[in-house]
Write a protein of this length. Structure first.
Length: 420
Protein backbone atom coordinates (compact mmCIF):
# COMPACT_ATOMS: atom_id res chain seq x y z
CA UNK A 1 0.00 0.00 0.00
CA UNK A 2 7.03 0.63 -1.71
CA UNK A 3 9.41 4.66 -1.15
CA UNK A 4 8.25 7.49 -2.52
CA UNK A 5 10.38 9.55 -3.71
CA UNK A 6 10.76 12.90 -2.06
CA UNK A 7 7.46 14.80 -2.39
CA UNK A 8 7.66 17.27 -5.24
CA UNK A 9 10.89 15.88 -6.63
CA UNK A 10 9.28 15.11 -9.97
CA UNK A 11 7.09 18.21 -10.22
CA UNK A 12 8.90 21.18 -8.84
CA UNK A 13 7.61 23.32 -11.68
CA UNK A 14 8.86 26.71 -12.53
CA UNK A 15 11.03 27.08 -9.42
CA UNK A 16 13.10 24.14 -10.66
CA UNK A 17 13.12 25.27 -14.30
CA UNK A 18 14.46 28.77 -13.69
CA UNK A 19 17.98 27.62 -12.63
CA UNK A 20 17.94 25.28 -15.61
CA UNK A 21 17.10 28.17 -17.97
CA UNK A 22 19.76 30.44 -16.46
CA UNK A 23 22.35 27.68 -16.73
CA UNK A 24 21.63 27.45 -20.46
CA UNK A 25 22.12 31.21 -20.83
CA UNK A 26 25.45 31.07 -19.00
CA UNK A 27 26.57 28.13 -21.14
CA UNK A 28 26.02 30.16 -24.31
CA UNK A 29 27.58 33.30 -22.84
CA UNK A 30 30.81 31.42 -22.09
CA UNK A 31 30.99 30.30 -25.70
CA UNK A 32 30.39 33.75 -27.16
CA UNK A 33 27.11 32.76 -28.79
CA UNK A 34 25.04 35.54 -27.21
CA UNK A 35 24.93 38.61 -29.40
CA UNK A 36 26.32 36.66 -32.37
CA UNK A 37 23.30 35.25 -34.23
CA UNK A 38 25.33 34.18 -37.20
CA UNK A 39 27.55 32.03 -34.97
CA UNK A 40 24.68 30.35 -33.13
CA UNK A 41 24.84 26.62 -33.83
CA UNK A 42 21.85 25.51 -31.74
CA UNK A 43 18.14 26.11 -31.80
CA UNK A 44 16.45 26.24 -28.42
CA UNK A 45 12.76 25.86 -27.83
CA UNK A 46 11.07 26.54 -24.52
CA UNK A 47 7.57 25.57 -23.56
CA UNK A 48 5.54 24.91 -20.46
CA UNK A 49 3.91 21.62 -19.61
CA UNK A 50 0.53 21.42 -17.93
CA UNK A 51 2.19 20.79 -14.58
CA UNK A 52 4.17 24.03 -14.84
CA UNK A 53 7.58 22.53 -15.57
CA UNK A 54 9.72 23.93 -18.36
CA UNK A 55 11.19 21.87 -21.19
CA UNK A 56 14.31 23.14 -22.94
CA UNK A 57 15.07 21.37 -26.21
CA UNK A 58 18.28 21.68 -28.16
CA UNK A 59 18.32 20.93 -31.88
CA UNK A 60 21.93 20.89 -33.13
CA UNK A 61 22.55 22.84 -36.28
CA UNK A 62 21.37 26.21 -37.53
CA UNK A 63 17.61 26.81 -37.69
CA UNK A 64 16.21 25.32 -40.84
CA UNK A 65 13.79 22.76 -42.28
CA UNK A 66 15.49 19.91 -40.40
CA UNK A 67 15.11 21.66 -37.06
CA UNK A 68 11.51 22.47 -37.88
CA UNK A 69 10.70 18.82 -38.58
CA UNK A 70 12.45 17.65 -35.42
CA UNK A 71 10.48 20.14 -33.36
CA UNK A 72 7.21 19.10 -34.97
CA UNK A 73 7.90 15.42 -34.29
CA UNK A 74 8.63 16.14 -30.65
CA UNK A 75 5.65 18.38 -30.06
CA UNK A 76 3.29 15.77 -31.50
CA UNK A 77 3.92 13.85 -28.26
CA UNK A 78 3.07 16.82 -26.06
CA UNK A 79 -0.28 17.05 -24.33
CA UNK A 80 -1.17 20.32 -26.09
CA UNK A 81 -0.76 21.45 -29.70
CA UNK A 82 0.49 24.65 -31.28
CA UNK A 83 -0.72 26.08 -34.56
CA UNK A 84 1.54 25.84 -37.56
CA UNK A 85 1.81 29.63 -37.83
CA UNK A 86 2.84 29.95 -34.20
CA UNK A 87 5.33 27.12 -34.69
CA UNK A 88 6.95 28.69 -37.73
CA UNK A 89 7.13 32.20 -36.29
CA UNK A 90 8.61 30.94 -33.04
CA UNK A 91 11.19 28.75 -34.73
CA UNK A 92 12.37 31.61 -36.92
CA UNK A 93 12.63 33.90 -33.92
CA UNK A 94 14.45 31.22 -31.96
CA UNK A 95 17.47 31.53 -34.20
CA UNK A 96 18.79 33.85 -31.52
CA UNK A 97 18.89 32.69 -27.92
CA UNK A 98 17.78 36.11 -26.73
CA UNK A 99 14.34 35.40 -28.23
CA UNK A 100 13.98 32.06 -26.46
CA UNK A 101 12.72 33.62 -23.26
CA UNK A 102 10.08 35.50 -25.23
CA UNK A 103 8.96 32.24 -26.84
CA UNK A 104 8.73 30.65 -23.41
CA UNK A 105 6.58 33.51 -22.15
CA UNK A 106 4.31 33.27 -25.19
CA UNK A 107 3.89 29.51 -24.68
CA UNK A 108 3.12 29.97 -21.00
CA UNK A 109 0.52 32.64 -21.70
CA UNK A 110 -1.04 30.61 -24.52
CA UNK A 111 -1.32 27.45 -22.44
CA UNK A 112 -2.31 28.86 -19.06
CA UNK A 113 -6.05 28.95 -19.94
CA UNK A 114 -5.82 25.45 -21.41
CA UNK A 115 -4.16 24.18 -18.25
CA UNK A 116 -6.86 25.73 -16.06
CA UNK A 117 -9.62 24.37 -18.30
CA UNK A 118 -8.04 20.92 -18.20
CA UNK A 119 -7.93 20.96 -14.39
CA UNK A 120 -11.61 21.95 -14.24
CA UNK A 121 -12.76 19.14 -16.52
CA UNK A 122 -15.40 16.93 -14.91
CA UNK A 123 -14.43 13.25 -14.88
CA UNK A 124 -17.46 11.88 -13.02
CA UNK A 125 -20.76 13.38 -11.92
CA UNK A 126 -24.17 12.50 -10.50
CA UNK A 127 -27.06 13.89 -8.45
CA UNK A 128 -24.77 14.46 -5.46
CA UNK A 129 -22.18 16.54 -7.32
CA UNK A 130 -19.15 16.16 -9.53
CA UNK A 131 -15.42 15.40 -9.36
CA UNK A 132 -12.97 17.42 -11.44
CA UNK A 133 -9.76 16.25 -13.02
CA UNK A 134 -7.70 18.30 -10.56
CA UNK A 135 -9.45 16.65 -7.60
CA UNK A 136 -9.01 13.20 -9.13
CA UNK A 137 -5.28 13.69 -9.74
CA UNK A 138 -4.80 15.13 -6.26
CA UNK A 139 -6.44 12.11 -4.63
CA UNK A 140 -4.57 9.68 -6.88
CA UNK A 141 -1.24 11.21 -5.85
CA UNK A 142 -2.10 10.61 -2.20
CA UNK A 143 -3.37 7.05 -2.56
CA UNK A 144 -1.58 5.40 -5.50
CA UNK A 145 2.01 4.39 -4.55
CA UNK A 146 4.68 6.08 -6.66
CA UNK A 147 6.06 2.74 -7.81
CA UNK A 148 2.60 1.63 -8.92
CA UNK A 149 1.55 4.69 -10.93
CA UNK A 150 2.43 3.14 -14.29
CA UNK A 151 0.26 0.11 -13.57
CA UNK A 152 -2.63 2.20 -12.26
CA UNK A 153 -2.82 4.65 -15.16
CA UNK A 154 -2.20 1.98 -17.80
CA UNK A 155 -5.48 0.18 -17.03
CA UNK A 156 -8.53 2.26 -17.90
CA UNK A 157 -10.92 0.17 -15.80
CA UNK A 158 -8.84 0.92 -12.69
CA UNK A 159 -8.99 4.65 -13.36
CA UNK A 160 -12.76 4.46 -13.94
CA UNK A 161 -13.25 2.48 -10.72
CA UNK A 162 -11.25 5.10 -8.85
CA UNK A 163 -13.48 7.81 -10.34
CA UNK A 164 -16.65 5.99 -9.27
CA UNK A 165 -15.27 5.57 -5.76
CA UNK A 166 -14.55 9.29 -5.56
CA UNK A 167 -18.11 10.08 -6.60
CA UNK A 168 -19.52 7.72 -3.96
CA UNK A 169 -17.35 9.37 -1.33
CA UNK A 170 -18.65 12.77 -2.43
CA UNK A 171 -22.26 11.55 -2.29
CA UNK A 172 -21.79 10.05 1.16
CA UNK A 173 -20.02 13.21 2.31
CA UNK A 174 -23.12 15.20 1.29
CA UNK A 175 -25.28 12.78 3.29
CA UNK A 176 -22.94 13.15 6.25
CA UNK A 177 -23.23 16.94 6.19
CA UNK A 178 -27.02 16.70 5.98
CA UNK A 179 -26.95 14.36 8.98
CA UNK A 180 -25.03 16.99 10.95
CA UNK A 181 -21.70 15.17 11.07
CA UNK A 182 -18.83 17.61 11.52
CA UNK A 183 -15.15 17.08 10.84
CA UNK A 184 -12.38 17.87 13.35
CA UNK A 185 -11.05 21.41 13.00
CA UNK A 186 -7.62 20.06 12.03
CA UNK A 187 -9.13 19.03 8.66
CA UNK A 188 -10.50 22.48 7.82
CA UNK A 189 -7.60 23.19 5.46
CA UNK A 190 -7.43 19.67 4.00
CA UNK A 191 -8.23 19.17 0.29
CA UNK A 192 -11.88 18.46 -0.46
CA UNK A 193 -11.26 14.80 -1.53
CA UNK A 194 -9.60 14.17 1.83
CA UNK A 195 -12.50 15.73 3.72
CA UNK A 196 -14.95 13.70 1.63
CA UNK A 197 -13.13 10.51 2.55
CA UNK A 198 -13.21 11.30 6.26
CA UNK A 199 -16.90 12.25 6.15
CA UNK A 200 -17.65 9.05 4.24
CA UNK A 201 -16.07 6.91 6.93
CA UNK A 202 -17.87 8.73 9.75
CA UNK A 203 -21.24 8.56 7.99
CA UNK A 204 -20.97 4.88 7.10
CA UNK A 205 -19.96 4.00 10.65
CA UNK A 206 -22.93 5.97 12.00
CA UNK A 207 -25.33 4.17 9.67
CA UNK A 208 -23.91 0.74 10.49
CA UNK A 209 -24.02 1.40 14.24
CA UNK A 210 -27.66 2.44 13.99
CA UNK A 211 -28.61 -0.67 12.03
CA UNK A 212 -26.79 -3.00 14.41
CA UNK A 213 -27.78 -1.32 17.65
CA UNK A 214 -30.11 -4.22 18.50
CA UNK A 215 -27.62 -6.82 19.78
CA UNK A 216 -30.36 -9.40 20.35
CA UNK A 217 -30.41 -10.08 16.60
CA UNK A 218 -26.65 -10.58 16.61
CA UNK A 219 -26.91 -13.00 19.53
CA UNK A 220 -29.64 -14.97 17.78
CA UNK A 221 -27.49 -15.33 14.66
CA UNK A 222 -24.46 -16.31 16.76
CA UNK A 223 -26.39 -19.04 18.57
CA UNK A 224 -27.74 -20.28 15.23
CA UNK A 225 -24.18 -20.65 13.94
CA UNK A 226 -23.20 -22.59 17.07
CA UNK A 227 -26.11 -25.02 16.73
CA UNK A 228 -25.42 -25.61 13.04
CA UNK A 229 -21.69 -26.33 13.50
CA UNK A 230 -21.05 -27.78 16.97
CA UNK A 231 -17.97 -29.71 15.85
CA UNK A 232 -16.19 -26.44 15.09
CA UNK A 233 -16.23 -25.59 18.78
CA UNK A 234 -14.57 -28.70 20.19
CA UNK A 235 -11.30 -28.29 22.05
CA UNK A 236 -8.77 -31.14 21.58
CA UNK A 237 -6.79 -32.66 24.41
CA UNK A 238 -4.07 -30.29 25.61
CA UNK A 239 -1.11 -30.45 27.94
CA UNK A 240 0.95 -27.78 29.64
CA UNK A 241 4.58 -28.66 30.27
CA UNK A 242 7.92 -27.08 31.02
CA UNK A 243 11.26 -28.32 29.78
CA UNK A 244 15.03 -27.99 30.01
CA UNK A 245 16.91 -28.16 26.69
CA UNK A 246 20.56 -29.15 26.41
CA UNK A 247 21.94 -28.75 22.89
CA UNK A 248 24.50 -30.95 21.14
CA UNK A 249 27.13 -30.17 18.53
CA UNK A 250 26.11 -30.06 14.88
CA UNK A 251 27.94 -33.33 14.19
CA UNK A 252 26.37 -34.97 17.28
CA UNK A 253 29.76 -36.05 18.60
CA UNK A 254 28.95 -34.98 22.16
CA UNK A 255 25.42 -36.41 22.22
CA UNK A 256 26.24 -39.10 24.81
CA UNK A 257 27.98 -36.57 27.02
CA UNK A 258 25.01 -34.18 26.87
CA UNK A 259 22.61 -37.06 27.60
CA UNK A 260 24.63 -37.92 30.70
CA UNK A 261 24.40 -34.28 31.82
CA UNK A 262 20.61 -34.41 31.33
CA UNK A 263 20.43 -37.53 33.51
CA UNK A 264 22.33 -35.74 36.30
CA UNK A 265 19.89 -32.84 36.15
CA UNK A 266 16.99 -35.30 36.31
CA UNK A 267 18.45 -36.85 39.46
CA UNK A 268 18.59 -33.41 41.06
CA UNK A 269 14.94 -32.86 40.16
CA UNK A 270 13.91 -36.22 41.61
CA UNK A 271 15.71 -35.27 44.82
CA UNK A 272 13.65 -32.10 45.08
CA UNK A 273 15.53 -29.44 43.11
CA UNK A 274 13.37 -26.63 41.69
CA UNK A 275 12.66 -27.20 37.99
CA UNK A 276 12.29 -23.49 37.16
CA UNK A 277 15.62 -22.66 38.79
CA UNK A 278 17.49 -25.38 36.89
CA UNK A 279 15.77 -24.31 33.64
CA UNK A 280 16.99 -20.74 34.06
CA UNK A 281 20.51 -21.96 34.83
CA UNK A 282 20.95 -24.71 32.24
CA UNK A 283 18.31 -24.60 29.48
CA UNK A 284 19.50 -23.43 26.07
CA UNK A 285 15.93 -22.50 25.11
CA UNK A 286 16.50 -18.95 26.30
CA UNK A 287 13.11 -17.68 25.15
CA UNK A 288 11.31 -19.97 27.61
CA UNK A 289 14.07 -20.40 30.20
CA UNK A 290 13.17 -17.04 31.77
CA UNK A 291 9.68 -18.45 32.40
CA UNK A 292 11.14 -21.52 34.06
CA UNK A 293 10.86 -23.51 30.82
CA UNK A 294 7.02 -23.17 30.73
CA UNK A 295 5.66 -23.80 27.20
CA UNK A 296 2.00 -23.18 28.02
CA UNK A 297 -0.94 -25.26 26.79
CA UNK A 298 -0.69 -26.95 23.40
CA UNK A 299 -2.48 -29.68 21.46
CA UNK A 300 -1.01 -32.36 19.25
CA UNK A 301 0.55 -31.11 16.07
CA UNK A 302 2.29 -28.13 17.64
CA UNK A 303 5.60 -29.74 18.64
CA UNK A 304 8.08 -32.09 16.97
CA UNK A 305 6.85 -35.72 17.21
CA UNK A 306 9.41 -37.04 19.71
CA UNK A 307 8.82 -34.18 22.13
CA UNK A 308 5.05 -34.32 21.65
CA UNK A 309 4.84 -38.07 22.28
CA UNK A 310 6.88 -37.76 25.48
CA UNK A 311 4.78 -34.83 26.74
CA UNK A 312 1.42 -36.54 26.11
CA UNK A 313 2.72 -39.77 27.69
CA UNK A 314 2.90 -38.01 31.07
CA UNK A 315 -0.28 -38.51 33.10
CA UNK A 316 -0.07 -36.60 36.38
CA UNK A 317 1.11 -33.06 37.12
CA UNK A 318 4.68 -33.14 38.44
CA UNK A 319 5.54 -36.28 36.49
CA UNK A 320 9.01 -36.08 34.92
CA UNK A 321 10.12 -37.64 31.64
CA UNK A 322 13.38 -39.41 30.94
CA UNK A 323 15.82 -37.49 28.70
CA UNK A 324 14.15 -37.07 25.26
CA UNK A 325 16.20 -36.69 22.07
CA UNK A 326 15.04 -34.35 19.27
CA UNK A 327 16.76 -32.43 16.51
CA UNK A 328 17.20 -29.59 19.01
CA UNK A 329 19.08 -31.67 21.58
CA UNK A 330 18.16 -33.45 24.81
CA UNK A 331 15.05 -32.43 26.80
CA UNK A 332 13.76 -32.99 30.31
CA UNK A 333 9.96 -32.52 30.41
CA UNK A 334 7.68 -32.00 33.42
CA UNK A 335 3.87 -32.10 33.15
CA UNK A 336 2.12 -29.12 34.75
CA UNK A 337 -1.47 -29.54 33.56
CA UNK A 338 -3.55 -31.84 31.39
CA UNK A 339 -6.90 -30.90 29.83
CA UNK A 340 -9.05 -33.56 28.15
CA UNK A 341 -10.87 -32.87 24.89
CA UNK A 342 -14.21 -31.12 25.46
CA UNK A 343 -17.06 -29.28 23.78
CA UNK A 344 -17.05 -25.52 24.35
CA UNK A 345 -20.39 -24.16 25.59
CA UNK A 346 -22.38 -21.61 23.61
CA UNK A 347 -21.92 -19.00 26.35
CA UNK A 348 -18.17 -19.52 26.16
CA UNK A 349 -17.98 -18.87 22.41
CA UNK A 350 -20.78 -16.28 22.21
CA UNK A 351 -18.50 -13.18 22.43
CA UNK A 352 -16.29 -14.26 19.53
CA UNK A 353 -19.28 -15.44 17.47
CA UNK A 354 -21.09 -12.15 18.10
CA UNK A 355 -18.01 -10.23 16.92
CA UNK A 356 -17.83 -12.37 13.79
CA UNK A 357 -21.52 -11.86 13.01
CA UNK A 358 -21.22 -8.11 13.56
CA UNK A 359 -18.20 -7.91 11.27
CA UNK A 360 -20.08 -9.71 8.50
CA UNK A 361 -23.15 -7.53 8.99
CA UNK A 362 -21.06 -4.36 8.87
CA UNK A 363 -19.44 -5.43 5.60
CA UNK A 364 -22.85 -6.25 4.12
CA UNK A 365 -24.40 -2.93 5.13
CA UNK A 366 -21.40 -0.95 3.90
CA UNK A 367 -21.57 -2.68 0.52
CA UNK A 368 -25.30 -1.97 0.20
CA UNK A 369 -24.82 1.67 1.11
CA UNK A 370 -21.90 2.01 -1.28
CA UNK A 371 -23.76 0.34 -4.17
CA UNK A 372 -26.73 2.66 -3.71
CA UNK A 373 -24.63 5.65 -4.82
CA UNK A 374 -22.22 3.86 -7.13
CA UNK A 375 -24.96 3.26 -9.72
CA UNK A 376 -25.57 7.03 -9.85
CA UNK A 377 -22.04 7.80 -11.04
CA UNK A 378 -21.83 8.97 -14.65
CA UNK A 379 -18.32 8.78 -16.07
CA UNK A 380 -17.03 11.35 -18.55
CA UNK A 381 -15.27 8.87 -20.82
CA UNK A 382 -13.33 11.30 -23.07
CA UNK A 383 -12.13 13.38 -20.11
CA UNK A 384 -10.99 10.28 -18.22
CA UNK A 385 -9.16 8.92 -21.26
CA UNK A 386 -7.43 12.25 -21.92
CA UNK A 387 -6.36 12.47 -18.28
CA UNK A 388 -5.11 8.90 -18.30
CA UNK A 389 -3.05 9.28 -21.48
CA UNK A 390 -1.66 12.62 -20.34
CA UNK A 391 -0.47 11.09 -17.10
CA UNK A 392 1.14 8.14 -18.88
CA UNK A 393 3.03 10.53 -21.17
CA UNK A 394 4.10 12.56 -18.18
CA UNK A 395 5.37 9.46 -16.37
CA UNK A 396 7.28 8.43 -19.48
CA UNK A 397 8.95 11.83 -19.71
CA UNK A 398 9.85 11.70 -16.03
CA UNK A 399 11.39 8.25 -16.42
CA UNK A 400 13.45 9.42 -19.38
CA UNK A 401 14.57 12.55 -17.53
CA UNK A 402 15.67 10.50 -14.51
CA UNK A 403 17.87 8.19 -16.54
CA UNK A 404 21.55 8.85 -15.72
CA UNK A 405 23.22 10.88 -18.44
CA UNK A 406 25.87 8.89 -20.29
CA UNK A 407 29.08 10.84 -20.59
CA UNK A 408 30.98 10.44 -23.81
CA UNK A 409 34.68 9.86 -23.34
CA UNK A 410 37.01 11.18 -26.05
CA UNK A 411 38.57 8.40 -28.02
CA UNK A 412 42.23 7.88 -27.31
CA UNK A 413 44.45 8.79 -30.22
CA UNK A 414 47.29 6.46 -31.02
CA UNK A 415 50.59 7.91 -32.13
CA UNK A 416 51.90 6.50 -35.37
CA UNK A 417 55.25 4.76 -34.97
CA UNK A 418 58.11 6.77 -36.38
CA UNK A 419 59.99 5.34 -39.30
CA UNK A 420 63.39 4.16 -38.30
Amino acid sequence: MPSRTRPGAKHEGREQSRPFFMAALKWHARRGFLGEPQACRALYWHTVLCDGSVIILCFPGAPGPGALMRAKRYFKSMRFSLTRGFFRASLVAAGWLQCAHLAWAQAAAANAPAMAASADQVVVSGPAGQVTRAEFEQMARQIVPAQGEDTFWAVRTQVERFARNMYVQRALAVQAQQAGIALPSKLDSAPKPVRDLELTQLFMQQQVDALLADTSKLDAQARSIYRANPSQFQLPEQVRVRHILLTVADDGADSDQVKAEAKKLREQLVQGADFATLARQHSKDKANAERGGDLGLFARGRMVPAFEDAAFALNKPGELSAPVKTDFGWHLIELLERQPARQRSVDEVLPELRAKVRQQAEARERNLLWSKYEVQAELAGPAIEAMRLDRLRELKRQAEAEKPATSTQPEATTKAPSAS
